[in-house]
Design a binder for this molecule. Sequence first.
Ligand SMILES: [Mg+2]
Length: 168
Amino acid sequence: MAFSLIPDYVFNDYTALTPAFLRAQGIRLLLSDLDYTLAPKSQKEPDAALRTWTESLRAGGVTLAIISNNRSPVRVERFCGGLGISYIGHAGKPGTRGIVEAIRKHGVPASETAMLGDKLLTDTLAAKRGGIRMLMVEPKGGPVGAWNHVLHGMQEPFKRACRQDMRR
Ligand SMILES: [Mg+2]
């Protein structure tokens, strides 16, 4: 099956994803990566901005859930417990197990589900293979270390090719 690695939208930051925008896109279930998407890895728990955003989605009728490749559940559980949302750990992105499981669990069709993440070869590839829309963000707190600078540089042409680049 053919699929593309080009995200549907690119944003500077998750806070640009308002309930009004998601509703206009017909997105009722938002599956999000955690590290560098909602918080830099150095951040141990949800900050005020993340709590406010999560609450605004809930009030706007959008379900948020975390799909993480994190090996240890401790970090993901601390975030999700603090935000009152569910998660699927060991998701094995770019495999689609996490996406399929979340869609089944929340009873929302793939056509009304989107993935939010910062990486092309895990988050975006998983979303595209899973047949859901992909919303990409710049890495929260910026790329960390030489490899991540290279990686994010390599991702840039794919992000520029997206349907709508909302970074400008
Ligand atoms: Mg990430």
